[in-house]
Design a protein around this ligand. Sequence first.
Ligand code: SF4
Length: 587
Amino acid sequence: MFDKDLSKVLYIDLTRRKFWIENREDLFSKYIGGTGIAINLLHEECPKGIDPFHPDNPIIFAVGPLTGLFPLCSKTIAMFKSPLTGNLGESHAGGRSAISIRMAGYGAIVIKGSSDEPIYLSIHDNKVDFKIASGIWGVRSSYTVGRILREREKGEGIRTIMRIGKAGEKLVRYASVITETYRHFGRLGLGAVFGSKKLKAIVVSGKKPIPIKDPIAYKKLYDEIFKEAVESPIMKKYHELGTAENVLPLNKIGGLPTKNLNKAFFEEAEFISGEYLAKNYLGRRIACSHCPVACIHLAALREPYEDEPYFFKTTMISYDYELIYSLGSMLGISDTSNFLKLIDEVEIQGLDAMSTGVVLAWATEAYEKGLINKEHTLGLDFKWGNVENYIKTVRHIVNQPNEFYEDLAKGVEYASNKYGGKDFALSFGGNEMPGYHTGPAGYLGFITGARHSHLDSAGYSYDQKNIGKKMEAKEIAEYCFNEESWRQILSSLVICFFARGIYKPNIVSEALKIAGYNFSEEDLNKIGEEILKKKYQFKFREGFSMDKIHIPKRIFETPSPHGLIKEEILKKAIDTYMEKIFGKTFP
Ligand code: SF4
């Protein structure tokens, strides 16, 4: 490794208000960075069996050797014990988080302990300040918190501001952490872990350069990657419409979960499609640091003031495919302006949009079926498409005025265990489902993925490539295992998964050489498998078991692009997948 700063880990103890730096070249030379480092630190720092809200649950951020060097290596890994699933919590975000951490001179940050009053951390190069955050604790909007911190903290243009909204303060188990504006550590409840530590925000900036030994080789490879990033048709699509481009194609093949997956085709999908939003609402595109693609799409919602003619309030609202699914089709919402207002409320409160949408969809069906009633909902009528009530429900989930909303704040699995409706509670391993009813490989990915995320092994993409073909359990399991193993390398570096087609194994190996690492493609494959195994070891250590995983019947009842999904194939594929990690005697 050429950059000795990369192996520095900044440890922060919130209880004692102390910090120190350790050199962990032992980890960085073997496990590269990002997820590879974070899982090792999680094993070291997280006591076995601990409550996720216990002060000893660590929050770990990690970046990688390509951060700041190559295009699209723009993400940061966050790892923690998840309050939503009770085991591995891992979330990825871009914005300026990665470059700020690296230029402050760290490869990773570990935050332990908890504060007895609201605080925020101000990290500028080697200086760490613990600052009182009572004035921004309880503020209604996460946007306002960001604005206040922007004014108070130095480092404009090179700093990251990560903060929680009220959802994190109130320990909603799927609360997010917002970075800059419009980027998130969304999944698995990092925001609630922040809240449990009374940690409102973290600001990081630095000005340390990143050393390069061979500038000529660096420029040559950089230009090659940059050219692909701006010229390849896939990246062009991400720029033009963003991931929202997937709405209509998925709907067309019958893979867009609609109204809690009662069906997988939404008749009114056009009004929440990427094309419609771009034509009628697109206000700006923005990018994570060091990314020439700029896939982040912001809608400009223009609303008139009631008593002021020709006066409008314009709100910029970020949208993408997952939000369109979870807060649109899943809830039967097709009124575009209202749909944007619901997204905005979720952002203001600091919730994970995917989990929130799935929770609202389950609650709507449970209400329809009489499992819950107006006593539970405090008089609200849960009806598909009723945005006004969904916005009120989101506020209730955060403020938790009664036991029912306290239960909704714990996620779909918890709520359905208590009120019934498990057959249509769309969560896997405790994590609410992503927006792909594409076939068996997609579901295998949600079930076996270490984070129970569609991004773990991208089975949904395999399903789509194989429409019309018979898929065997073994081949699905092999695809998901190989893909998830390789993705451990991408997320150790830490590369945006949208660039996975550019960063092929040979390019990764070359790029690592420039950063001072000598790993062959074979070495990388082995390291990827080892990291994945370590994640599973953590999950099992914390009580996860494939035997306990609940598969909601609904996924077998609604036809997918591969017809009705067969339970036997999925179960066989799960066993094959687990055998690939642990051999025949997996726990
Ligand atoms: S493609 Fe999008 S998410 Fe990925 S780094 Fe670029 S702007 Fe960020």
